[in-house]
Design a protein around this ligand. Structure first.
Ligand code: NAP
Ligand code: GCO
Length: 270
């Protein structure tokens, strides 16, 4: 193979990508990366306000052709409508990134069933719903990429996030199941497992203390991460391009952890 042919495997020219919850944070960074690699990009969020704000951010980065849609990914009818609109405005979805997610930090014995179920709906049921909506088209066209945004909490537990870990652990296995069921149709379904990334979702864990010192959780994470820092949303860009592109055509059912080494590390020795 020539150098050009090898590098071309990372190109997403001619592909259409849908990133759920691509307004800011990890979803925005992934959408930006896929766009930079040549894909036409669509994203969705929960309200007109979110979509409008995000479109302004995409335009500010020179991505004038990105389109945003209002869609609650937990609602199957809205998702079907979304997929039809993306197909009409662009083309059928070649790359789906199930990124939309929420967390509720509540001690387990205080957590209501409603809270638990809402987290599972957004973080686990929604990837099932959106994947189900794009898979038939991917099967017909003979190719497709699904990237599920998992977490290091697909592997580890911690106090107060029972619903989130249950959902993200389930998402890892849903990833393996989609691979198992559709791998023979040339569809690759992989996960990206971010470590602790500095976004809106984790802002409460990084708040400065009244005396100006760093939040104890912030210090804990930096000490727990061999890289010695929080991740940035941009750290997910290269892994997302890889998993969305032909460069990863024989990678299937895998979760690529992007965590600065957290999962490899037992913690600082005394
Ligand atoms: P974030 O800043 O809170 O952004 C979440 C996005 O999801 C927003 O665009 C939000 O849109 C959207 N969303 C939430 N519920 C939705 C729904 N029902 N329908 C459609 N969109 C919905 O989160 P983030 O930190 O970038 O995280 C993105 C993903 O990475 C999540 O799955 C998260 O669990 C995962 N993750 C994050 C970290 C981390 O350290 N930050 C680590 C591992 C994994 P609206 O603004 O309209 O609500
Ligand atoms: C938390 C964090 C995590 C991160 C991430 C870790 O409260 O522990 O918010 O849930 O978002 O998923 O990888």
């Amino acid at each position: 193979m020539t150098n050009a042919e090898i590098m071309n495997k990372f190109s997403l020219e001619g592909k259409t990508a849908l990133v759920t919850g691509g307004c800011y944070g990890i979803g925005f960074a992934i959408a930006h990366a896929l766009h930079a690699a040549g894909a036409a990009v669509a994203f969705c969020a929960t309200s007109d306000t979110s979509v409008e704000k995000a479109l302004a951010a995409y335009h500010a980065e020179g991505m004038d052709d990105v389109k945003g849609y209002v869609c609650d990914v937990t609602k199957e009818a809205e998702v079907k409508d979304l997929i039809a609109k993306v197909e009409k405005d662009f083309a059928p979805v070649d790359i789906l990134v199930n990124n939309a997610g929420i967390i509720k930090r509540i001690p387990m014995c205080d957590m209501t069933v409603e809270d638990f179920e809402r987290v599972v709906q957004v973080d686990l049921t929604a990837p099932f719903i959106v994947s189900k909506a794009v898979l038939p088209g991917m099967i017909d066209r003979g190719h497709g990429k699904i990237i599920n945004v998992c977490s290091i909490l697909s592997e580890l537990g911690r106090e107060t996030v029972a619903a989130y870990t249950a959902a993200k652990g389930g998402l890892k296995l849903l990833t393996q199941n989609i691979c198992s069921e559709f791998g023979g149709k040339n569809i690759q379904c992989n996960g990206i497992g971010p470590g602790y990334i500095a976004t809106q979702q984790t802002a409460p864990l990084r708040e400065r203390q009244p005396d100006g010192s760093r939040h104890p959780f912030d210090q804990f994470i930096v000490g727990r991460t061999p890289a010695g820092r929080w991740g940035e949303a941009e750290d997910l860009m290269g892994p997302a391009i890889f998993l969305a592109s032909d460069a990863s055509n024989f990678v299937n059912g895998h979760v690529l952890y992007v965590d600065g080494g957290v999962l490899a590390y037992i913690g600082k020795q005394p």
